[in-house]
Structures are given as structure tokens and as C-alpha cells.
Ligand binder design. Structure first.
Ligand code: ZN
Length: 259
């Protein structure tokens, strides 16, 4: 009996030690995501955002965040009383360190770490995108707009909260990315049909010149915008579509908007 008890005790002790080591390793791996404060000494509340930044926040950033807030409030009026944690990284290395800890590409404009409720933005990369693409791709992720990127990531947060983290991850990527892009881009457009036409023309002419991932975002944005604005479908209906993205895209690129 004593022997058995000793064996059970040893098993429990070994399992506990293994668990503690595994937890410590996990914490070490994502340490900066869990405890980002030391990298972001400049904090302030602005509108619906709690901003944390590695350099002082400037006025162009504040006005971009006001813009992001307006885009979001049009679709989510009930978030007015909330605060969203926003981490602005001006240093590329800092953003890369954080992105890598969550398994996200460092060559991106932003990401949302859902369980932590934190959104990280690479303000340097956003500026790079504006310089490289900017003008020709207004209203898309290639515009290089802080307002656009921040809205996009907060839409991910709100979708994950509404549907549950696991379920929101099961939605086809083109639907969730297309929706986040659609909300982030078309908010102030009084002529949405013209905006969709323009997006279709740009995809026809220059789509093939884009990196496949960027093209995927813009095509998905086009599909969701088209289904919402022209076909008058709700988000639930779009999420329930079982046609392939490719089939839908070909059909919608060929369709006329003025129907
Ligand atoms: Zn996204």
C-alpha cells in the first residue's frame, strides 16, 4: 500500500513539475505579449481607444484614430462606451518581436491578439505601404491608412467576441477578412456603387501584379462589399454561403453593378 502511494505521489509530483515547466516556457515564449507595458511608455485615452505607444502619440495619429472610431461606430454603435487596447509600434523590430510571439508575420500592418484583447499596429509598416502603393489603392489595405488598419483589427476583435474565439476561427478566411476590410473602407462613401465599380476595375487591371495574399484581401473585400451593397445580403447570409470564393469572385467580377 505504502509502495503504491509512493508511486502515485511520484506520478503526481512529476506531472506537476512538467506542468509548471510547460507553463513557464509558454509564458517565456509570449512574455512581451503578456507584459507589453515596458515597451510602451506613452499612454493616453483617446475616444474609444486606450493607446500605448513606444514614442509620443502625435496629432495625425489622433485624427486617424478618430476616423477609425467613426468607421467602427457606423456598424457597431454600442461600442461607444468601451475602450480598446491599442499598441502602436513605431519600431519595426518591436512589432516583429511581438508578431513572432503569436506566430504572425512581422511583415504586416497589424494583428489582434484575441484572448488578451490587445491590438498591435506597426505604424512604420503602414507608412511603408502608403509610400509603395497608396494612391492607386485607396479604400483598401494597400492605402496605408492607420484608420483603416486599426478598424480592421478591431472588427476582428468584435467578431471573435460575438461568435466566440473558436467559432470565429472556423469561418472561411475570405469572409472574415473581406468583412473586416469592407467595414474599414467603405464607411464614408456616399456612392458605394461607384466604389465597388472602381474596385472591380482595379482588380481587372492590376490584380495580377499584387502579392497573392494582398490580392486575396482586396478580392475578398470586393466580394463582401458587392454582396452587401448590391445583393443586399446580411453578414449572417454571407457567412452561410457555401459557394467557393473563386466561383463567387468570377461571377461578381463579370456582373454589372447597375442592375
Ligand atoms: Zn485581418
Amino acid at each position: 500500500m505504502a509502495f503504491r502511494r509512493t508511486r502515485i505521489f511520484r506520478l503526481i509530483a512529476t506531472a506537476t513539475v512538467a506542468l509548471v515547466i510547460a507553463t513557464m516556457l509558454t509564458v517565456a515564449r509570449v512574455f512581451d505579449l503578456l507584459f507589453p507595458s515596458r515597451h510602451f511608455p506613452f499612454n493616453e485615452r483617446y475616444g474609444i481607444f486606450s493607446i500605448y505607444s513606444d514614442v509620443p502619440v502625435d496629432n495625425p495619429q489622433r485624427s486617424a484614430l478618430r476616423d477609425a472610431e467613426n468607421r467602427l461606430l457606423r456598424h457597431y454603435p454600442n461600442i461607444r462606451e468601451r475602450y480598446f487596447n491599442l499598441y502602436l509600434c513605431s519600431k519595426k523590430e518591436l512589432y516583429e518581436l511581438l508578431a513572432q510571439q503569436i506566430g504572425h508575420s512581422g511583415a504586416s500592418q497589424g494583428f489582434h491578439a484575441h484572448p488578451l484583447g490587445r491590438t498591435f499596429i506597426s505604424t512604420a509598416f503602414v507608412k511603408d505601404i502608403a509610400r509603395r502603393y497608396g494612391e492607386g489603392w485607396q479604400g483598401t489595405l494597400l492605402e496605408g491608412s492607420l484608420a483603416h488598419v486599426v478598424s480592421h483589427e478591431i472588427v476582428h476583435q468584435l467578431m471573435a467576441e460575438a461568435q466566440g474565439f473558436i467559432q470565429s476561427r472556423q469561418i472561411a478566411r475570405w469572409k472574415s477578412e473581406g468583412y473586416a476590410e469592407y467595414i474599414s473602407a467603405f464607411w464614408s462613401d456616399t456612392n458605394k456603387i461607384a466604389a465597388i465599380d472602381s474596385l472591380r476595375n482595379r482588380l481587372h487591371r492590376y490584380g495580377h501584379t499584387l502579392h497573392p495574399i494582398r490580392r486575396h484581401y482586396i478580392e475578398s473585400q470586393f466580394i463582401v462589399a458587392y454582396l452587401t451593397e448590391i445583393r443586399k445580403m446580411s453578414l449572417e447570409q454571407i457567412f452561410a454561403i457555401d459557394k467557393s470564393r473563386k466561383a463567387l469572385l468570377l461571377e461578381l467580377l463579370a456582373a454589372e453593378n447597375n442592375q
